[in-house]
Design a protein around this ligand. Structure first.
Ligand code: ADP
Length: 595
């Protein structure tokens, strides 16, 4: 038989292999988690950059929208007849003040004012107020000088009167004989800055020098994002007076990312070129730990999934190994069981053979004993038989003598009669010897239906000589037609044994008598043989059916033993009947009845 179970020795290397696989699996999971973190981080970063890049055009157009809207105001006002009249002739200034105020309110400009050729403001939207520009000299302002020179100008600067920063957009007013003056509108970005702040974005509008102008972070205003080539020029241009411009470089942490106020921001930038400006708008959106969180999440998820997978694989492997171990144990148990069963079967076979041998020997012994018993009976009845034969022999002799005489006298008729008589007598002898021969023959083992009366008759015939000699009266109960299953010769042997014992017991008794009775039951037939001899004492009863137990000089002590044995062989039994106060002994032979 093939052994499907791997030998136990291979378990150790396989366990080592699994441990290695487990370790490799864990390393792979960690590697995968790191990779996932990296990819997730990059994705999140790209998404953040995308977000801020998407916000840039909006912020940019909001900024340019404000500039654009105000840019036309000085252009239109430069052609206005009232502005020209006021500049040329000094006429209608109060009306012009009111008009400028109305336009400023309407357009959202912070201030609108008109400056004469000499640089002194002649009219302003804030005229009449404490911070009025009227009368102030703006001759040194770049937006004034350049507009006068080039027609238009734009300058972001700190307001000298208001102290508030803003974008000054100016335009030259032409007269019939050269420039009459300049119209200026100041745009402040407070609202825009506030909106940016509210949106959570950091916006920096940087000029060509790298100085921060409009911004959502006021503390950064007028700081330089890089070293300035000419700080004095910058201070002048921005009208900052003596105040220094601190350099606060942007703290870039990676491509597109910068640290602002300790937090990482994604950034996007674009140019702003409205009204001849050369600005740059930079937007920063806080990433709010989103990238790290995404990376962590991805790493953790991958780690957990990987660990689960590894644990699952390990559990599966353990289960399969345990199942294999169980199968191996079971197979071993089965094999052991089979071995034991085979061994026990062999033992039993040997035992059976031995027992059969013993039984065979016992049967042979029994048969030999039965034969010995038969021969002993034959010895006992030989005398009777001799007597039985003597009579016919004497008769033959007499017939022969007289027959010879008849023949001599020529009386053939009488002689023939004598021969006939001789033949009849020899037939009787033949019958006796045939019976003896039959009895002496080893009893055939086969059983058949035997009539009870038939067997009794046979036994009585064998003993007829002794019976007659002893003068024993045989009394029979009513005849029975019942039959039993038995061997004919062996059944007769039992009866001859019982009758012989009775005859022995009756020797020398007064009025000896043997009574034979047959009783029929539904399943059985019982033959009882009772004599009126001395009976059997209590002590003798105990050992009656033991072999070689005899009170007779020539007895063997086997008769009852063998008779009981034969009765059991037929499925019946032989027993000594209990004493009932009458004389003698009584035996009953009970056999299975057949129809
Ligand atoms: P054996 O006849 O050779 O002695 P048995 O087994 O036939 O052997 O009988 C054993 C003994 O049982 C006899 O010796 C006798 O003492 C006693 N016995 C048997 N039958 C009778 C009987 N009918 N009456 C008295 N005793 C008997």
């Amino acid at each position: 038989m093939d052994d499907p179970v791997p030998p136990a020795a291979s378990a150790a290397p396989s366990r080592r292999k699994v441990r290695l696989a487990l370790l490799l699996g864990l390393l792979a999971v960690i590697g995968l988690a790191l990779l996932a973190a990296r990819i997730a981080g990059e994705r999140a970063a790209a998404a953040e950059l995308g977000r801020v890049a998407a916000a840039l055009p909006l912020a940019s157009s909001a900024l340019t929208g404000v500039v654009e809207k105000q840019r036309v105001v000085p252009v239109v006002l430069a052609r206005d007849p009232e502005v020209r009249a006021a500049l040329a002739e000094g006429a209608g200034r109060a009306e012009l003040d009111a008009k400028l105020a109305a336009i400023a309110t309407e357009s959202g400009a912070s201030v609108i004012y008109v400056i004469g050729r000499d640089g002194v403001a002649i009219s302003a939207s804030n005229a009449g107020r404490p911070d009025s520009f009227v009368g102030a000299d703006y001759g040194f302002r770049a937006y004034f000088t350049r507009a006068l020179r080039e027609g238009a100008a734009a300058q972001y600067a700190l307001g000298t009167v208001s102290g508030r920063p803003g974008l000054y957009l100016s335009h030259r007013v032409e007269g019939p004989a050269g420039p009459l003056g300049v119209v200026v509108v100041k745009v402040e970005f407070d609202e825009l800055e506030a909106r940016w702040r509210e949106s959570g974005l950091v916006a920096l509008v940087i000029d060509e020098r790298g100085v921060v102008l409009a911004t959502s972070a006021p503390e950064r205003r007028f700081t330089a994002t890089r070293e300035l080539g000419d700080p004095a020029e910058a201070r002048r241009a921005l009208q900052l007076g003596a105040a220094p411009i601190p350099v606060v470089p942007i703290d870039w942490t990676g491509e597109g990312f910068a640290r602002l106020d300790g937090r990482i921001h994604a950034s996007a930038a674009g140019p702003v070129t409205e009204a001849g400006l050369r600005w740059r708008l930079m937007l920063f959106a806080p990433v709010a730990g989103g990238i790290a969180a995404a990376a962590w999440n991805a790493a953790l998820t991958t780690l957990l999934a990987g660990l689960l997978l590894v644990a699952g694989a390990y559990a599966l492997w353990r289960r399969r190994r345990r199942a294999a171990e169980r199968a191996r144990a079971l197979a071993e148990m089965n094999a052991e069981l089979e071995r034991r069963v085979a061994a026990r079967t062999e033992e039993l076979r040997a035992e059976i053979a031995e027992r059969e041998g013993a039984e065979n020997r016992a049967r042979r012994l029994r048969e030999e004993l039965a034969q010995a018993n038969r021969l002993s009976i034959l010895g006992q009845i030989a005398a009777g038989v001799a007597h039985e034969i003597n009579q016919p022999l004497a008769a033959i002799r007499a017939y022969a003598d007289t027959g010879a005489r008849f023949a001599a006298l020529g009386n053939a008729e009488e002689a023939r009669g004598n021969f006939g008589a001789i033949a009849k007598v020899t037939e009787r002898i033949g019958a006796i010897t045939a019976q003896l021969r039959g009895f002496a023959r080893r009893g055939a083992a086969e059983e058949r239906r035997v009539g009870v009366e038939e067997a009794i008759e046979g036994a009585l015939a064998l003993l007829s000589g002794r019976i007659r000699e002893a003068g024993v009266e045989i009394r029979r109960g009513p005849l029975s037609g019942a039959a039993v299953r038995a061997g004919r010769i062996r059944l007769e042997q039992i009866l001859v044994n019982l009758l012989g014992n009775a005859l022995d017991a009756l020797r020398g008794r007064e009025a000896p008598q043997i009574r034979i009775a047959v009783a029929e039951g539904p399943e059985t037939v019982s033959i009882s043989i009772r004599d009126n001899g001395p009976g059997i004492g209590a002590a003798a009863r105990e050992t009656l059916f033991l072999p070689f137990n005899t009170t007779k000089e020539t007895g063997l002590g086997l008769g009852l033993v063998i008779s009981g044995d034969l009765a059991r062989e037929f499925g019946g039994e032989l027993r000594l009947d209990p004493e009932d106060g009458t004389l003698g002994a009584s035996f009953t032979l009970e056999l299975r009845r057949v129809e």
